[in-house]
Design a binder for this molecule. Structure first.
Ligand SMILES: C[S@@+](CC[C@H](N)C(=O)[O-])C[C@H]1O[C@@H](n2cnc3c(N)ncnc32)[C@H](O)[C@@H]1O
Length: 335
């Protein structure tokens, strides 16, 4: 479906509560799964849902105006109208509205404190309450919990790209690796792999707890450090930045890539996995874009994937590849 114009989009935003009512109801009725399964007529849907056809027709018009379904009407017969999802809706709805969704987690941050006061925020008179990087135990736990909530698609992407990312390499340093959630998932799937999470010292107990709980003490380690302050440690065959570089201004992101190049031996792999700048990714990042207006220390700057591939080429990396997936993964080899 084509993008809609500004007037139309704003109408949908103003009526967002009604739109979500349609989506939630469609989910409860099992209608989304039916639309995901392939084209289905209004006649079939009305029969199986025991809905009045004309009412259901309007309901489906609502989903169509949200860009979620496509409709084919080959004749004047209303009941012959045929509907299908534009893409799988069940997982999309689970990701946003489901229990434990990343968007629900985001909503617990104190964004209301800046809501309606953006003039003050823009002028620098009001900050959002968010410690970046997190400092206290509570801040670290809260933040890493949010990060962990969004790890599913990253784990999926890295697991799918495993051969190209790791090959036979087994010593991995996950730079800015949070509480080790991503590392744990990959270590469980790859018994030969070992990972150290490199993170600020405050994150050490979280990774240790995770390694203990998962029985991975011998393969999931922790290296405390500040990547802004010194070089990255050597001795690893794979270095990754997962959702790290977009937090920093371009010159810092470039210097981190250069530090990674310095730490890797020839043949070592560098991996960058994060939300690269597209309309879809910007939309998924919308919460942080809004909330972090009031946080000067966090850049929150999605960059086009080409920015990374060009930066890696400028540092002499070879075999630079973008592997598409639930999260795109950039892989490059240190010559
Ligand atoms: C956006 S989170 C991403 C966490 C994890 N990679 C993920 O995707 O779930 C950024 C990570 O960078 C870490 N970090 C921030 N500043 C750092 C620094 N100066 N040195 C090392 N790690 C840092 C944070 O503690 C956090 O774990």
């Amino acid at each position: 479906m084509n993008a809609i114009n500004a007037r139309s989009q704003l109408a949908l935003l103003l009526h967002a509560d009604k739109a979500l009512d349609l989506v939630r109801t469609a989910s409860r009725l099992g209608l989304l799964a039916r639309l995901d399964a392939g084209p289905v007529t209004l006649r079939e849907l009305a029969g199986s849902l025991r809905a009045r056809p004309l009412r259901l027709y309007k309901f489906l018009d609502g989903l169509e105006s949200l860009g979620l379904v496509e409709r084919r009407q080959g004749s004047d017969d209303l009941l012959a109208a045929e509907y299908v999802s534009v893409e799988p809706l069940v997982p999309a709805v689970a990701a946003v509205l489901g229990e434990g969704s990343i968007e629900r987690d985001r909503d617990r941050y104190p964004w209301r404190e800046i809501h309606g006061r953006l003039e003050e925020v823009l002028a620098g008179g009001l900050d959002a309450r968010f410690a970046w990087p997190p400092v206290t135990d509570e801040e670290v736990r809260g933040f890493e919990r949010s990060m962990a909530a969004g790890c599913g698609p990253i784990q999926e992407a890295l697991a799918a790209a495993y051969g190209e990312v790791f090959g036979a390499r087994t010593r991995w340093l996950d730079v800015g690796g949070g509480d080790g959630t991503v590392a744990e998932a990959l270590l469980r799937a790859a018994p030969g792999l070992a990972c150290d999470v490199f993170n600020l010292p405050v994150a050490a107990p979280l990774v240790a707890e995770r390694a203990r709980a998962a029985g991975l003490m011998d393969r999931l380690g922790f290296v405390a450090g500040d990547f802004l302050a010194g070089p990255l440690p050597g001795g690893y065959e794979v270095l990754s930045f997962v959702r790290v570089l977009h937090d920093w201004p371009a010159e810092v992101a470039r210097s981190l890539l250069a530090k990674a190049a310095g730490a890797l031996s020839p043949g070592g792999r560098l991996v960058v996995c994060e939300e690269f700048r597209t309309r879809d990714r910007l939309a998924i990042q919308f919460f942080w874009t809004y909330f972090l207006q009031g946080v000067d220390g966090c850049t929150s700057r999605l960059r086009e994937v080409e920015w990374y591939t060009e930066a890696l080429a400028a540092l002499g990396f070879t075999g630079i590849r973008v592997i598409p997936g639930p999260f795109d993964v950039v892989v490059a080899t240190r010559p």
